[in-house]
Design a protein around this ligand. Structure first.
Ligand code: NAD
Length: 455
């Protein structure tokens, strides 16, 4: 079926009103929970095949999160759909003034490969809860998972309302040519611009979940062992192919030696003497990304290597790698790394860290580690980012009732929990009055002669 026909069919389904009843929405949301529960092994194997993601990470960062999102929506939907009543002036005493929660209509959800289940199904929760239809476009780069989603979804969800459209650039371009009521895109800022340009042709609103270079600042007033544990986990989970990963580290010069030692020790603890043998490290998704990251490694002088630096193209394996004494001019600092390389830049204090963080585009995430609240507040007050966790990593993305999204170049709009529902909802203002009480409005009618409107 061509894209135009597919979207037309979905639009007919939406117009039929089938998505409106709350019970129907809950049934679909339960379908997502059931899909994940009944196909846990299949989904784990699909992601393992695509990116060799450890089972633990797939369950922790994809399956559990999707189920939490769906259950949170099931538990709260009755409250979310309620109109929001607004305050009134005295002369509106007989009116009801409220925001009606209206579904947007037919939406398009385009996912990325690095969390290939989560990035399609979590936005879908918001779309369903708000009463929309959605065409799903999983990433062709994680093709096994894309096929699994295409095969499983129709068994658990209404096929007419939630079809899966598979394919690469050509197919994505074709589907983007259609008219949607909202487009929800996750991926690079580069493609995000193409999505937004395609949406502009139909004045379609977009949510863009993009990436960027997300920094972490480590202050001297920190427990360095704990910081190293947390940053090592956040950097090397999914081998650095995480949008909220700490892309680079700004470390107070007084603790940089200690931090390098602690990270090295932690990597050894987590992944052993030869991390290639560890089952807890994903591989790089494809040869294109492998070559891109390999080139970044080749451009760093060996004198700056703290640990790692090993790679094997036959497996697309790259060891967890840490570099120190990196400067902002180095190639590794020119774009998002999206791989298991951790560049460390020494700074004289948080003021210099703030200057560096503000020299680039606004990132998706920013992390600050310090036991000094003044330092933390200074950084928070002076650096913008999509989200932040203080003294830990990634947590801002893990809670269903906290909005997740970027700012500036890292994206626009947000989702998760109620915020996902809001993203796919039009809050229509309604002023509802009776046909009575005409004397209250009579004074507004012409002729205006002899009527005095004082300001
Ligand atoms: P990707 O290659 O999977 O692309 C994402 C989607 O865009 C896919 O569905 C793909 O088919 C489509 N696409 C690719 N090229 C296209 C084109 N020319 N025209 C139309 N559609 C196209 O993923 P990626 O872009 O490599 O993802 C990595 C980036 O995504 C990183 O920057 C990362 O930080 C970001 N990301 C952000 C989030 C977030 O939630 N903010 C999550 C994951 C990844």
């Amino acid at each position: 079926m061509c894209a135009a026909k597919l979207v037309e069919n979905v639009r007919q389904s939406f117009r039929s009103g089938v998505t409106k009843p709350i019970d129907w929405r809950i049934k679909q949301l339960n379908g997502i929970v059931k899909l994940v529960n009944e196909n846990e092994q299949l989904l784990i194997q699909a992601v393992l095949r695509d990116i060799r993601k450890p089972k633990f990470e797939t369950v922790l960062s994809e399956l559990i999160v999707v189920k939490n999102e769906a259950n949170h929506a099931i538990n709260n939907i009755h409250q979310w759909v309620q109109p929001t009543y607004l305050s009134k002036y005295l002369h509106q005493g007989f009116d009801s003034i409220y925001l009606q929660k209206e579904p947007l209509g037919v939406t398009l959800i385009i996912g990325a490969w690095n969390y290939p289940i989560l990035l399609v199904l979590a936005p879908l929760v918001g779309a369903i809860a708000a009463g929309n239809c959605a065409v799903l476009k999983p990433s062709e780069v994680s093709s096994t998972t894309s096929n699994a989603i295409a095969e499983l979804l129709p068994k658990y969800l209404d096929q007419d309302c939630f079809p899966v459209w598979q394919g690469g650039i050509e197919e994505t371009t074709e589907i983007l040519d259609q008219k949607f009521d909202h487009i929800f895109y996750t991926g690079s800022s580069f493609v995000g611009k193409k999505v937004m340009a395609a949406a502009a042709k139909n004045l379609t609103p977009v949510t863009l979940e993009l990436g960027g270079k997300s920094p972490a600042y480590i202050d001297k007033e920190s427990n360095i062992d704990i910081v190293a544990n947390r940053i090592t986990w956040g950097k090397f989970i999914n081998s650095g192919q995480t949008c909220t990963s700490c892309d680079y580290i700004l470390c107070h010069e007084a603790v940089v030696d200690e931090f390098c030692k602690a990270v090295k020790k932690r990597i050894l603890h987590c992944f052993g003497e030869d991390p290639k043998q560890s089952l807890d490290l994903s591989r790089i998704i494809n040869d294109r990304n492998f070559s891109r990251i390999a080139k970044l490694m080749d451009d760093v002088p060996s004198s700056k290597l703290v640990v790692g630096g090993v790679r094997d193209p036959s497996e697309r394996y790259i060891a967890p790698t840490v570099y120190r004494d990196i400067s902002m001019d180095d190639t590794i600092m020119q774009g998002e790394i999206f791989g298991p390389l951790m560049p460390i830049i020494s700074v004289s204090g948080h003021e210099e860290a703030i200057r560096i963080m503000n020299s680039g585009e606004k990132p998706l995430a920013m992390y600050v580690f310090s036991n000094n609240n003044k330092v933390v507040d200074d950084v928070l007050d002076n650096v913008s980012s999509g989200g932040t966790t203080v003294n830990d990593v990634l947590m801002q993305a893990a809670v269903p009732n906290v909005p997740f999204g970027g700012v500036g170049n890292s994206g626009m709009g947000s989702y998760h929990g109620k915020f996902g529902f809001n993203t796919f909802t039009h809050e229509r203002p309604v002023v509802r009055r009776t046909q009575g009480m005409e004397m209250l409005v009579e004074s507004r009618y012409p002729p205006y002669t002899d009527k005095n409107l004082s300001m």
